[in-house]
Ligand binder design. Sequence first.
Ligand code: FE2
Length: 303
Amino acid sequence: MVRAFYHEDTSTLTYLVWDPESRDALIIDPVLDYDVFASQTRATSADEVLSALEQEQVNLRVIVETHAHADHLSSAQYLKEKTGAPIGIGQDITKVQSIFRSIFNFPETTPTDGSQFDLLLRPGEVQHFGTLAVLPLPTPGHTPACLSYLIGDAVFTGDALFMEDYGTGRADFPGGSAEALYHSVHEVLYSLPEATRVFVGHDYRPGDRALRFESTIGREKASNVQLSQATTEAEYISLRQRRDRTLKAPRLIYQSVQTNVYGGLLPEEEPNGGRFFKIPLNRSAPTNRAGAPLASSKEPNNS
Ligand SMILES: [Fe+2]
C-alpha cells in the first residue's frame, strides 16, 4: 500500500509504504517545515505522517531518503526520535558530504563518512525491513548519490524522474551530471517492466494542472517530455544543460543541504543557546568586503 503526502510549499512528495499483511512500513523523503523568513522549523507535516502510522496501524521499520534534498529540510531525525526507526540513504552520500563540507568551509573534523545515517545503502543489494523487500537502484545525476527504491511493482524515483509532462530532475547541483542522469533513467529505470508504477519525488503541476505523482514506466518511456525512450544522450544533455541555465537556485538550498547531508540533523547548539545556519555569500560572483566584484570570477574551490 502507498499513501502520498504533498508538501505544498516545496512541491515535495513524501510516501508511506506498507505491506498490508504484516503492516511493516517505511517512509520515503519526509519533510520538516521551514519558514525561511522567520527561520523557524515546524514539524506539522512530519506529525501528519506520524498520525498516518497510527491510522493505518503500521509498524515503521525504516526511513529512507532518495538523496540529500536541496529544496526542503528532512524530518528524518524527528521521525527517528519519535519512532526509533533507522535512517537510510545511498552510500555515495559520502561524496556529497565532502563536496559540501568544502563549500561551507566546515571544519576538517566534520565527518564525511556517512556516520550521521544509520544505514548506507548499496545500489543493487536488496534490503529487508520486516517483510518489506526494498531494492535500491543506482540513479545518480541529480546528485551523485541518488537512489530510486523498487518495492514490489512500485519504484520511487526521487528527483531522477518526474511525471511525463514535466521531465526529470535538474543536473546542475555540485556533483550533478546530465550524462549520468540520462543513463540512470534510460538504462536503469527504463529497463524495469512497463507496468511498474512510478512514484515521483516532486510534482510542480505544470500549467497549473491538478497534482499528479503516479505514472508507469511504460508511460514515461512513451511520453516523458525531456527524456523518453526515443531521446538520445546528446539530445538530453543539451536540453538539460540549456534548461538548467534558466533555473534559479532553490529557495532553501543552503539551509536544506547543510541539514540533509547530515541526515536531517539541525546545526549544533552554540554557546548562547541558539542554532545557526551558515549561508555562503557571492559564490558564483565573488566580491571583496565592500561588494565590489573581484577581477577573477573563479568559483571558490568546491571539489
Ligand atoms: Fe532533489
